[in-house]
Ligand binder design. Structure first.
Ligand code: HSE
Length: 406
């Protein structure tokens, strides 16, 4: 009999308990041994819960119980999750977490602690909700040099954008719905400003390129500036605006991770990923392109990924070494955002603005806007173009890079 503990009985933690007892028989047969939840840690009381006898308030109860060999951390935030997870790993108890902030900020250190104590720190649920992406990246796709990863990694913003585009719903109403459905972070600013997607692309970048990428070295822009005008011109061009988390390996060996709204052509399946769904496109020198798609947030989808890791922990007690990256004090391996090169969408106030040579015009006389898409240029060059448009009395209202993977 293998016993595990659940830390935090919020949306994800309660989902882990619910899904485990719903599917306990099949989970047991897949794990190869009987399993049960021994403790649920939460500072709140749940007097009418069917699991009332499992609730504890002190992490010490779990740490001192040798029968508990695995722990599902679903508390969110860095503190005290970090201290609790580290203490569990130091006791040789493997941890499965849905906490992307914890992995993005402390992943390298916790992986090292797990390795030193011959256990595992797994985090499949931290990126893409239900989508299996972490294990495929370091196992199934291990034979590839990964050149680029691009995806929709935040369910809340994709839900909001979809509601705005298809139902012309106000931003605030759509956000309130996402919160009610349990998709949004405690502080939804992390969703709409891109920080949640940033943490997820940090985790993917660290795993794929082997060095810890910290959130403060990633250019991050959310969806709060997206207007219905841009949505309309994107449709006219033949695409959609999506919040894209992206990383690419440049020819000079550096990587360029970023999060920002991008124009995605309808030829790319990512343009058709709606509502809370996430999608991750992985490009490699063996696979060409592979797309992973599924529910990116929510109680049971996220619980599914946490429990998948717990089952894996029961099956493999020794550290899985392919899921590892090093910490580094340097950011030398990360290129500056200004080096990112893409076609650029420009919306300019003023219909008499000259469209640059080689650009594709979307409109020149609609609502007093000039809208065009340039040839590929670096962000630095697009900023120079903005400055020269301003010198000629044009007002650049928005610039959005075009995702160049089809
Ligand atoms: N707030 C996150 C999202 C939850 O909307 O994607 C899943 O990580």
């Amino acid at each position: 009999m293998s016993k595990f503990a659940v830390l935090g009985y919020g949306v994800v933690g309660s989902g882990v308990v619910e899904l485990f007892y719903t599917n306990r028989d099949s989970i047991t047969s897949k794990a190869g041994q009987s399993m049960d939840i021994k403790y649920i840690l939460d500072i709140r009381d749940f007097p009418n819960s069917p699991y009332e006898d499992k609730f504890v308030k002190s992490i010490e109860t779990i740490l001192s119980d040798d029968e508990v060999t695995a722990v599902a951390e679903c508390m969110g935030g860095v503190h005290p999750a970090y201290e609790f997870v580290k203490a569990c790993l130091e006791k040789g108890k493997s941890v499965s977490t849905s906490n992307k902030q914890l992995v993005a900020e402390k992943g390298a250190e916790l992986l090292k602690v797990a390795k030193e104590h011959h256990c595992n720190f797994f985090f499949e649920a931290s990126v893409g909700g239900a989508i299996p992406i972490i294990r495929p990246l370091h196992k199934c796709l291990a034979a590839n040099e990964i050149t680029e990863v691009a995806g929709i990694l935040n369910g809340t913003t994709n839900f909001i954008l979809t509601k705005m585009i298809n139902e012309h719903m106000e931003f605030e109403t759509a956000l309130a719905m996402a919160q009610e459905l349990g998709y949004a972070e405690k502080d939804p600013t992390a969703d709409v400003e891109g920080d949640d997607a940033c943490r997820k692309i940090c985790i993917i970048s660290s795993l794929v390129y082997g060095k810890h990428v910290y959130p403060n070295s990633v250019y991050t822009k959310g969806i709060t500036d997206i207007s219905l005008d841009d949505v309309k011109y994107a449709q006219k061009w033949g695409g959609a605006i999506k919040l894209i988390a992206y990383v690419k390996k440049l020819d000079n060996g550096k990587i360029i991770p970023l999060v920002c709204p991008m124009l995605v052509s309808n030829e790319n399946l990512i343009a058709h990923v709606d509502d809370v769904f996430n999608a991750v496109m992985v490009c490699g020198n063996g696979i060409d392109k592979t797309l992973f798609y599924g529910r990116g947030a929510g109680k049971l989808p996220t619980a599914s990924a946490v429990l998948g890791d717990i089952i894996n922990e029961v099956q493999h007690s020794e550290t899985v070494l392919s899921q590892y990256w090093e910490d580094t004090n340097s950011t030398d391996f990360i290129a500056d955002y200004s080096e990112f090169t893409a076609q650029m969408y420009f919306r300019i106030k003023g219909s008499n603005t000259l469209v640059p040579e080689g650009a594709e015009t979307i409109c020149t006389d609609d609502d007093d806007y000039t809208v065009f898409i340039t040839k590929p240029m670096s962000i630095a060059d697009s900023e120079r173009l903005c400055a020269s448009i301003a010198e000629n009395n044009g007002m650049v209202v928005s610039t959005i890079p075009v995702l160049d993977i089809k």
